[in-house]
Design a protein around this ligand. Sequence first.
Ligand code: HEM
Length: 255
Amino acid sequence: MNAANLFSQYHIGNFWLRYLHVLAGIAWIGLLYYFNFVQVPGLAAYGDKGEARNITITQIASRALWWFRWAAVATLATGLLIVGVIPDYMQDFMNHAGDDPANAKNAAITVGMLLGITMAANVWMVIWKNQKVVIANATNVLNGGQADPNAAGAGRRAMLMSRQNMIFSVSMLFYMVGAAHFYPEAFSATTSDGYTFIIISVVLGALLQLNALGKFGGTAAGNKMLRPYESHKNAIISSIILWLVLFVVSIIFMG
Ligand code: HEM
């Protein structure tokens, strides 16, 4: 064993950063699933026990959100560092002539990263932005202050985007892991096939993202466009449909 080799640039990028990346990723996505499958349904089950709900928000949700948003930053940073540190990771990006497994691999990690980067932006710019309003309201009411009339709307916007991130996560992890362990062996693609797969994925992802932001008819509960997000069960079904559609598109263009 060569001790210097343990921390060579190649191993820092290929192993050490990957290990830290997956560690941060499970912390982030584990908490995302806790919010989606445990906390949101749990708080809804409190019914009219407003004080109990506000205590849970200030004592539990605020702590979970701290780990959640910083784990998202750590996952994003280590993911981008993998690309930056591994020598030539993307030097030949989408530039392989003819049918080439490297095109399929690059297309897969591009889609995985775009989904992950969108999810990290959603954590900070939508979920945390709105949860700050919810936490401030819960703290204020527990201290005897007036309820904020904007808190319910903020909570709903955070919930919609949290379910959207859950929907994205199933496909995101598939392409993240598939980029090293599935697409290079099982698929090959021309440069334009890879780009076509990426473009279709981006268009589908953008439509879902705009929908979760309420751009197609608002965020109110009556909007039928928001049916994929109206329960965590609907969101689970939506996540499987998105995964299936993207997988079939990847087979059509790169299989
Ligand atoms: C936030 C944006 C993200 C970026 C930019 C990113 C980037 C990357 C990159 C470049 C790789 C290496 C792919 C390869 O093997 O060539 C990777 C692998 C991986 N990432 Fe991410 N990632 C992100 C989010 C996530 C999230 C949220 C998770 C959730 C757990 C995750 C889990 C993984 C896993 C499990 C691997 C595969 C490790 C392996 O099989 O060797 N990533 N990521």
